[in-house]
Design a protein around this ligand. Structure first.
Ligand code: FCB
Length: 444
């Protein structure tokens, strides 16, 4: 069994003093992955409820129906977050709790739940960071095409208005979308996420409408609440060619994953090379769309897990380590990414809104979880953030993914990303060694 390096063993242990003044340390979750209670509080169906019922979609045939039962464990989970000593908590609002069928009247029980969450955080001295859309689209909107339907963008702006009216003054920040690459390409082209389509044209149309919805929501929220701190969360990762011959392919990989979203949002245009690469699949846009999409942002949220290594024969980088997801552990990629973003775009301040790793954790006889690899993962990536910050990138905070083990989408409960171990049979929460390590850093 591996054990944590003790501070005595690590002379160079990270402390708050290493980071810029006011840098925040937080933890993150999302609604469908932790809440459960899918039939309570007037919540409507989401595309993930439907997707989980379809045979073969979820590795362990589970769903988010109970998940971490966070909906019922709200107060004790807030105490749990407090016990970690963190400054901030990033969570998402389930659209179908607010508008059960995606349009029309707000559902009071849904708003009240998130208000309780936000007030509970504030009372405990923890900053609430709200994400509007972490993939749980109301099923009623999917029934009329989901994100392939341009109208969904306008419905999203209306939903943003409802949430901002109620919670805009109470939260520290609002992000419109979490990882639009996932809710378009991974969902409508690769088919791994809800709604599980395999249609490239539909995926690119979904991506365009997601970004349009982001821009429309930004306008609406600014109008309502000019002093709110508003942004978007993108999943980004650099693509490294294995050899010079792999450079063109790496450029395409970078373009489809990163620039397809960054360029419209920060430059008001699609990257020409990727537009040409997609050819007939490129999305239909209307005049003015890109102006809406490039709405000024107060922050960019960056989710980073791994890099992409582009090699013709599918070779792997030598000596690489992998997490339980099969994702390479590559902290330098985060530093390179941040430095490159800063040089290629005019950016607002950056928050690392997700970063973390799955490992096959075991709750031992000693009632502890010795996850030394996860500690090393966090430590390495925080050092990469520091390196970028020292190179001049304005990074203001870091949210570990995730507060606790949860429903990992198509992997069900087979992957554990938490700082806190969850025993799903009893809903008992146990701080892993990584949670204690993060707590020591946050309170240092
Ligand atoms: C990100 C998601 C998050 C979680 C992590 C592991 O892509 O935003 O919900 O699943 O991956």
């Amino acid at each position: 069994m591996t054990t944590l390096p003790s501070p005595a063993q690590r002379a160079d242990i990270l402390t708050r003093a290493d980071f810029p003044a006011h840098f925040i340390f937080g933890v993150a979750t999302s609604a469908y992955q932790i809440e459960g209670a899918v039939h309570e509080g007037g919540r409507g169906e989401s595309i993930w409820d439907t997707f989980c019922r379809e045979p073969g979609r979820i590795k362990d045939h589970t769903s988010g129906e109970v998940a971490c039962d966070h909906y019922h464990c709200l107060e004790s989970d807030l105490d749990l977050i407090k016990s970690l000593g963190v400054d901030a908590y990033r969570f998402s609002v389930a659209w179908p709790r607010i508008q059960p069928s995606g349009t029309g009247e707000a559902n009071e029980a849904g708003l009240a739940f998130y208000e309780r969450l936000v007030d509970g955080l504030t009372q405990r001295g923890i900053e609430p960071h709200l994400t509007l859309y972490h993939w749980d689209l109301p099923q009623a909107l999917q029934d009329v095409g989901g994100w392939t339907n341009r109208q969904t963008a306008f419905h999203f702006a209306e939903y943003a208005r409802i949430v901002t009216e109620r919670l805009g003054n109470k939260v520290r920040s609002i992000a419109t979308l979490n990882e639009p690459w996932c809710s378009s390409i991974l969902s409508y082209q690769i088919g791994e996420h809800a709604p599980g389509w395999h249609n490239t044209g539909a995926a690119l149309s979904a991506a365009h409408h997601l970004m349009l919805g982001h821009g429309l929501a930004m306008r609406e929220m600014r109008r309502l609440n000019p002093s709110a701190t508003l942004g978007i969360v993108l999943n980004l990762g650099p693509a490294y060619p294995a050899t010079p011959a792999d450079e063109p392919a790496a450029r395409i990989a970078d373009g489809t994953f990163n620039r397809w979203f960054l360029d419209p949002i920060f430059r008001g245009e699609y990257p020409q090379d990727i537009w040409a690469h997609y050819g007939a699949y490129a999305p239909e846009t209307e005049p003015g769309d890109l102006e809406i999409i490039r709405a000024p942002l107060d922050f960019l949220g960056v989710n980073y897990y791994t890099r992409s290594y582009v090699a013709k024969g599918g070779d792997k980088p030598s000596g690489a380590e992998y997490t339980d997801m099969g994702w390479e552990v590559y902290p330098d990629g985060l530093r390179d990414l941040l430095v490159r973003l800063e040089s290629d775009y005019t950016l607002p301040p950056i928050y690392i809104t997700e970063n973390g790793a799955a490992y096959p954790d075991v709750l031992g006889q000693d009632e502890a979880v010795h996850d030394a690899e996860r500690v090393a993962y966090f430590d390495g990536h925080l050092r990469a953030v520091l390196a970028a910050s020292r190179a001049g990138v304005d990074v203001r905070g870091y949210f570990a993914w995730s507060l606790m083990d949860n429903f990992e989408w198509a992997f069900g409960y087979t992957k554990r990303f938490g700082l806190v171990y969850v025993d799903y049979a009893t809903q008992q929460r146990v701080l892993k060694d990584s949670a204690k390590w993060y707590q020591a850093l946050a309170t240092s």
